[in-house]
Design a protein around this ligand. Sequence first.
Ligand code: HEM
Length: 384
Amino acid sequence: MIEPNMIPNLDPNPLPAPFWVFKVLLVVTFFLHIVAMNLMLGGAVMAIAAKWRAKDTSYGTQAFFDIARKLPSLLPATITLGVAPLLFVQVLYGQYFYTSSIIMAWPWFLILVLITLAYYGFYYVSFRSGQQPGKSGRVMWFSAILLFIVGFMFSNNFTLSQTPSRWSDKYFSDPSGWNLNLAEPTLIPRYLHFFVAAVAVGGILLVFMAMANWKRDRAYARLLLNLGGKTFMYATMAQMVVGLIFLVTLPRDMRMLFMGDNALATALLLVGVVGGIAAIFLMADALRKENLRVAGYLVPGILGVVILSMSIMRDILRDAYLKPWFRPEQFTVQTQWSVFPLFLVVFVAGVILWFVMLARFGLLGGKRAGARATSPDSTGAKQS
Ligand code: HEM
């Protein structure tokens, strides 16, 4: 039963650009946000895995700290690239997103605290670079777990925002703001879908680092390539199962969108599945032949297309959930032609600048200019 007054009225302010422009910007910026999030969170998982897999070897320690040094940059990149879709979500889906945020107000507020603590943790570990991991390993776990919880809050809020029929029950049974959306059947598969993807992308981060170290230190680069490449493959295989469970838990009419009812949604799912399978085989072959071009360019390229397809699918799914209430034609549009082109230019320039910064900073691959080299011996641990 839906309480009609639970959905706030549409903001009477006109949209300053056509609806579709905001839609495209929302999907594109969400894609950028989720790629940065995957590199950051997947990177934290891979740092823990590298330390664990390589046990006490100096290469394990080196990988742990090489990854750890990137995390204090990747976390703010995730946050900054999250602000943009947040603005577009508020413009287009504010009626739904604000309401769900109020219903789960306290857990939602808590993400600021969790992100701040996780950030401290990342800095702590990166400053201990070159020493024995010791406590740093536990701090890395701590930060990673906090960020996993943050992601869980996001999935709670975004699933709740697209099911207004649940709001009144939830709000009136506990108006204190201490709510989550745990009864939502798609919540766990959806959340797992994001985090298995993060682990796979974390594997790709190691492949990039292997490329950067290939000439400098072949044995270390091989360790990174194998650990990263295999993690990517196994996580993507697991993703096939998680994705299928996610699909099965969707309400029937939503599921059928991806199985023929909506041509675009079906085509995008096909791109995702075929792209994922192709990436697994290509990575396996690249690892066997030590083909860095395939592992470091082709597979990440395919992965980018798959993540973009999934981002569009996620948006189609949101509109399908909100179909009974969401009427884009009700927006009034008054395009501000005086500033809109300027906005687009600044936006595109900003994204380009961001990539230039990534390359200059050596975030994904090599060492940062001026960063202290961590030779296997400098860790003080014994050589494997
Ligand atoms: C730093 C830790 C963060 C993690 C781990 C994280 C993770 C996630 C995940 C998993 C989703 C998808 C949720 C779903 O659809 O079920 C998501 C969506 C989103 N995130 Fe983040 N996020 C983080 C930080 C932020 C921050 C700080 C902002 C804003 C300033 C932000 C803005 C957004 C927005 C707006 C969406 C949804 C966009 C849309 O609906 O199209 N994120 N995030």
